[in-house]
Design a protein around this ligand. Structure first.
Ligand SMILES: Cc1cc2nc3c(=O)[nH]c(=O)nc-3n(C[C@H](O)[C@H](O)[C@H](O)COP(=O)(O)O)c2cc1C
Length: 339
């Protein structure tokens, strides 16, 4: 069991915040499959504070059955971030997470995300204010540093721990790397060595349940956060949770089992967001499900024309009939230095 502040979590396998992906249907399914914690997509603090109620309802949209759940905020103003955190708590967030790693120009230009993390005193001011403002744990998610020459995650985490931040997640890449190259898990372990009291979660290329177990059992990290590994692979989560609990990931799912979970997810997206918006949002999830299918290119070409629930249903049956491709489905393997 892992604790973040007063919040007890069933297990240390978390689902990463992913903009455009980890909405309520995604989080609810992840929770059902065993995720120890899920997190909303990053939301700008200013939007939470200033946007009309209906818009806030859409982004801080936490279901009764999905607790514990974290709400992630991005911003750089201590007061605005504190006000936004209070609103998220009032809407049921069990944990407030602060995004200190977002690399996109639109965010760093405002001095937020990865840009804020470059300035340790400024970051500490924001997090310290938030810790004071809300009764729930405040956590932070960051990269190793801005670039290879300015890695500051160990120092930053130590400073954040001192002002009451309850856990940190380290994405083992720098801002300069964006999403390229392999995550550096040795650097993540250095952060774990530098902090004294709070859990350290690792993020980056998490796709191998046995490797996750080794990393946690060896004490390199207290838990992991699965991100792109979830794309088209719902079973990765359940298998990783099982690996950690029982030392075995369980049987490999069949093509049909993979497809059924994918379909459950996209159906719930349509139920939740309504047919028009939901089907458009579901298109990318259909593309993930087609990966490894026989005649994948032909099926993928149809995705842009999905507009209605019945279009989705029709394509589902075609995917099911096509079955697994000659190469079979395989989980891409990653090695990140430490074996
Ligand atoms: C599509 C996408 C959206 C993301 N959105 C967020 C976000 O909103 N907040 C955040 O902290 N990280 C975000 N990330 C970063 C992930 O949480 C994760 O740290 C990163 O992808 C590294 O893990 P991976 O190599 O397993 O994908 C995003 C990543 C992707 C691919």
């Amino acid at each position: 069991m892992l604790r973040i502040g007063e919040v007890e979590l069933d297990n240390p396998i978390f689902i990463a915040p992913m903009a455009g992906i980890t909405d309520r249907p995604f989080r609810e399914l992840a929770r059902e499959l065993g995720a120890g914690l899920t997190c909303t997509e990053m939301t700008a603090a200013a939007a939470v504070v200033r946007a009309p109620e209906e818009l806030v309802d859409r982004v801080i949209d936490l279901g009764a059955g999905e607790h514990p759940v974290a709400a992630q905020l991005v911003g750089s103003d201590p007061q605005m971030m504190s006000d936004a955190a209070q609103i998220c708590v009032a809407r049921g967030a069990d944990i407030i997470d602060v995004n200190l790693g977002c690399p996109v120009p639109k965010v760093v230009k405002l001095g937020s995300g990865a840009a804020l993390a470059r300035e340790i005193p400024a970051t500490v001011r924001v997090l310290e204010a938030m810790v004071r403002a809300v009764p729930v744990p405040v956590t932070a998610k960051m990269r190793l540093g801005w670039d290879h020459d300015t890695i500051n995650a160990p120092e930053l985490c130590l400073a954040l721990e001192d002002v009451g931040v309850a856990a940190v997640t380290i994405h083992g890449r720098t801002r300069a790397q964006r999403y390229t190259g392999l995550a550096d898990w040795e650097e993540i372990a250095r952060v774990k060595e530098s902090v004294r009291r709070i859990p350290v979660l690792g993020s980056g290329d998490v796709r191998d349940p046995e490797q996750v177990e080794r990393r946690i059992r060896s004490g390199a990290v207290d838990g992991v956060v699965i991100a792109r590994g979830m794309m088209g692979d719902w079973h990765l989560l359940a298998q990783t949770v099982r690996q950690l609990k029982f030392g075995d990931p369980g049987p490999e799912p069949s093509f049909r089992e993979r497809l059924e979970l994918a379909r459950r997810h996209w159906d719930s997206v349509v139920d939740h967001h309504g047919e028009r918006r939901g089907v458009r949002l579901a298109r990318k999830y259909v593309v993930w499900a087609i990966k490894g299918c026989s005649g994948a290119a032909r099926l993928r070409a149809r995705v842009a024309d999905l507009n209605t629930r019945s279009d989705l249903e029709e394509l589902y049956w075609e995917i099911a009939a096509a079955g697994e491709g000659p190469q079979g489905w395989h989980r891409p393997s990653f090695t990140s230095g430490e074996g």
